[in-house]
Design a protein around this ligand. Structure first.
Ligand SMILES: *Cc1c(COP(=O)(O)O)cnc(C)c1O
Length: 396
């Protein structure tokens, strides 16, 4: 193998994948193509398109280069066979469940799953005759006990986006595969740079690209990456349901990808600083950030992950009244309250990680705040939190 053929490091790949300037007047970035109708010069061409033997695309719903470049970039980056772009992260977590199941099948879902994914399974998938069961996120190989002959999909999300349980994905995948089930993973927290899903037994890796891949809190976007075996059923449902993303949004996804490695390095470094400082605070009972030595899930994180990102939860000692909590949160200078995460800005939000669980218990031991550490200077973020704790303690 010459040096030119050596695989590129993922941090280099994000800069170069899905770009072919020669196809677009030399433009460095794939431009936004706006098209619905595609016209054919001859009847032969029209008929070839209908038969699927024409080399070009037949209609603007699927196949515009802005979208296909994003899909191929993410699939190649993660080591999957095929990528599918969808209009939101939620569409990315739900469509594979539709694609891979039929009435009578059973789906096992981690109890720490993103709430709206749980809602879809209970409200919709169940209505079509699919059995839903939740399992303890920390089950690991013990998930064996939850397997049944009709279990088709095991859904993992690691770490969970509220309680940050790190799952033993390789152990879960080994059991699932032995029982003929496939593993779908919500990999939004780590991104393809932080967790190489396909190296750990995952069959379908999904991303809320709204978060770190978009990275600027200005686009809703989902990505689904399939291995060879799951590509055909996923392609079927994606085509049949007419799911397509706007090329403007795909463009923003590609643009975000270019700086993903740089941004994540900063998110991780600042999150480590802020999390370490928080751990030394008397108000804080526990920091749920798996990258922190000694934190829950740290050993598994160290074994399986390439990097950490900027989202974690802190558990406060019990006691603060709602009034004191409001005094803290309402007057933060930099941290803002808002759903979502993964943008350049810092966020803080009260959460209740055990509220949604039905099959396992998570006892945080106190009120929880979820923090997203943005790209600001970490000293300024620490000062903001320090002032916030003064207000929490009733000292200002
Ligand atoms: C936000 C989020 C989603 C959904 O993404 P949207 O683009 O907001 O629909 C899915 N999974 C996780 C873990 C998330 O945090």
């Amino acid at each position: 193998m010459s040096d030119r053929d050596k695989p590129l490091k993922p941090e280099t790949a994000v800069v170069h994948l899905g770009r072919e300037p020669a196809k677009h007047l030399g433009a460095v970035n794939t431009p936004v193509y706006r098209a619905s109708t595609i016209v054919f010069p001859t009847l032969d061409d029209l008929e070839a398109s209908a038969a699927g033997t024409h080399p070009g695309i037949g209609y603007g719903l699927h196949g515009l280069p802005t979208v296909t470049d994003l899909q191929s970039a993410v699939a190649e980056l993660e080591g999957g066979a095929r990528g599918f772009a969808v209009p939101s992260g939620l569409a990315a977590t739900t469509l594979p469940l539709l694609a891979l199941t039929k009435a009578g099948d059973r789906v096992l879902i981690t109890d720490s799953v993103y709430g709206p994914t749980r809602r879809f399974a209970m409200n919709t998938l169940q209505r079509y005759g699919v059995e839903i069961a939740f399992y303890d996120p920390l089950a690991g190989a013990a998930i064996e006990q939850a397997m049944t002959p009709n279990t088709r999909v095991v859904f993992v999300e690691s770490p969970g986006s509220l309680s940050f349980d790190v799952q033993d994905v390789p152990a879960i995948a080994a059991v699932a595969h032995r029982h003929g089930a496939v593993v779908v993973m919500d990999n939004s927290w780590a991104t393809p740079l932080g967790f190489r899903s396909f190296d750990h037994g995952v069959d379908v890796s999904v991303h809320a690209a709204t978060k770190y891949i978009g990275g600027h809190s200005d686009v809703l976007l989902g990505l689904i990456v399939c291995n060879d075996a799951t590509t055909a059923p996923m392609h079927r449902i994606w085509t049949d349901m007419g799911v397509a993303v706007s090329t403007d949004d795909a463009f923003l996804g590609l643009r975000g990808l270019r700086t993903l490695a740089t941004r994540l390095a900063r998110h991780q470094a600042s999150a480590m600083r802020v999390a370490s400082w928080l751990r030394s605070r008397p108000e804080v009972r526990e920091v749920l950030y798996p990258a922190l030595p000694g934190a829950r899930g740290h050993e598994l994180w160290k074994r399986d992950f390439r990097l950490a990102t900027g989202l974690f939860t802190i558990v406060l000692h019990p006691g603060p009244t709602r009034e004191r909590l409001a005094a803290m949160l309402d007057r933060m200078r930099l941290f803002r309250m808002g759903w979502s995460w993964g943008g350049f800005e810092s966020l803080i939000i009260p959460t209740d990680p055990d509220k949604l669980r039905t099959a396992s218990r998570f006892d945080a031991g106190g009120p929880c705040l979820r923090l997203h550490i943005g790209l600001e200077d970490p000293d300024d973020l620490i000062a903001d939190l320090d002032d916030g704790f003064q207000r929490l303690n009733g000292r200002s």
